[in-house]
Design a protein around this ligand. Structure first.
Ligand code: 5GP
Ligand code: MG
Length: 219
């Protein structure tokens, strides 16, 4: 069931705030557009979950902003819990996923909404779904702010998608690069200089390509 129609992230002319300009190439999705989109998704989620007390399960750390904003739009009884996932093995194809925190709530027989920041290759979501399914919930629905369908390796789709985006490395609104930029209130495209080999000083924080660098940080 995919009741939400993802919104294209383009057609955005907002300027990058001056203090972020050296790091962020362009604003992909403004705070306002995120807010509006989350209201629409919340109505769809309410329709689908009416009559049940849902457990909203969110993946740390990238979902902090999304979760806080989304659940405040939901007028349903719900409980919150968190799963911690990290990925190691930078530079390798496998990049094994490690669970750093498990659920505390019992989700057996419950309706679960799994929330993540971005669906990229789909490996994370697939692994987490396997783990959650083993706990015997009544049903699981998935919600992501961003979807990069062109990067998919696993055959998986989210039920509620905020925005479909192209294959660019984004930061902000919870999403990081080497644990930075999570506090940007918008979703922006990271300037390639930040992760290129040419930079010096603080910019040399990563000599890895973005997909590899992001894999050594908490998701
Ligand atoms: P997947 O397992 O689907 O390949 O990756 C999912 C995770 O990779 C996301 O939860 C996120 O932490 C990270 N990720 C994927 N694409 C991006 C991106 O463009 N920017 C950032 N900051 N993280 C990303
Ligand atoms: Mg994440």
């Amino acid at each position: 069931m995919n009741s939400s129609t993802p919104t294209s992230a383009f057609a955005n002319t907002a300027r990058v705030p001056a203090r972020w300009r050296p790091d962020v190439e362009r604003v992909l999705i403004t705070q306002g557009r995120i807010r509006n989109r989350l209201r629409i998704l919340a109505r769809e989620i309410e329709r689908d979950f009416i009559g049940s007390e849902m457990v909203v399960v969110s993946l740390l750390n990238g979902t902090v902003m999304l979760l806080a904003d989304l659940v405040r739009c939901l007028s349903l009884p719900l409980r919150l819990d968190f799963i911690g996932v990290s990925s190691y093995g930078a530079g390798t194809e496998s990049g094994e996923l490690i669970f750093t925190k498990d659920l505390r709530l019992d989700v057996r027989g419950r309706d679960v909404l799994l929330v993540d920041d971005i669906l990229d290759t789909g490996r994370t979501m697939t692994r987490v779904l396997e783990r959650l399914t083993a706990l015997g919930p009544r049903r699981i629905r998935t919600c992501v702010l961003l979807d990069k369908p062109s990067r998919r390796i696993k055959s998986i789709q989210a039920d509620y998608v905020g925005f479909e985006i192209p294959d660019v490395f984004v930061v902000g609104y919870g999403l990081d690069f080497a644990e930075r930029y999570r506090n940007l209130p918008f979703v922006g495209v990271l300037h390639p200089d930040i992760y290129s080999h040419k930079q010096t000083g603080t910019r040399r924080l990563s000599r890895l390509n973005p997909p590899e660098a992001m894999k050594i940080s908490a998701l």
